[in-house]
Design a protein around this ligand. Structure first.
Ligand code: 3AM
Length: 172
């Protein structure tokens, strides 16, 4: 199973991000992520056997994370894959700590693949033909996150389909 750990925006924020995705697609082309697929990847785990997926689900459901706020205020672009994203102009120490903490646990479980650097972003478009420009709407949103989810990515012809397998408990 192809798995990753992510934060998933609450529905109201997803809708606002979806409006930005529409504006971005009008300028940049490419394939728009569906609103219910929007996420911030914290750890990409790649293909894992089903027993490992079950162990990961049980592990994740046993703890809560330190909640945080991520200020979304910037457009970004990964040129080669044509990814247009939104993120924060400021580095986000709390998100980095969360990503580090998750990878520490994953490595203890024998999972490899920790990236050299972490560039937090929410992908809105894939295979975009142009970079985002100044005519795109200004972004000023805050994402109050409380939970990490374990998500299965099922590759389909129209793009990946995501299925949430487990999530952390809400902080007290
Ligand atoms: O949607 P974003 O960009 O956050 O790009 C993939 C997506 O991230 C990323 O994992 C998320 C769920 O598919 N991803 C896919 N293959 C990857 C790989 N080999 C990867 N990240 C790192 N290494």
């Amino acid at each position: 199973m192809r798995l990753f750990l992510a934060l998933v925006p609450p529905p109201a924020l997803r809708r606002r991000l979806g409006t930005l995705a529409d504006a971005a697609q009008a300028r940049c082309g490419g394939r728009r992520m569906p609103d219910d697929g929007l996420h911030l990847t914290l750890a990409f785990l790649g293909e894992q056997p089903i027993e490992r997926a079950e162990a990961l689900a049980a592990w994740l459901a046993r703890f809560s994370i330190l909640p945080g706020s991520w200020r979304l205020d910037a457009w970004g672009h990964f040129r080669r894959p044509g990814i247009v994203w939104v993120g924060g102009a400021e580095g986000e120490p709390a998100l980095r700590d969360l990503q580090r903490q998750l990878w520490d646990s994953l490595e203890e479980m024998g999972i490899t693949g920790r990236p050299d650097r972490f560039a937090p972003h929410i992908t809105l478009l894939r295979k975009a033909r142009r970079s985002p420009g100044p005519e795109l709407p200004r972004i000023a949103m805050t994402w109050d996150y409380t939970r990490v989810e374990l998500i299965q990515s099922v590759l389909k012809q129209q793009g990946s389909h995501y299925r949430s397998l487990a999530r952390t408990v809400l902080p007290e």
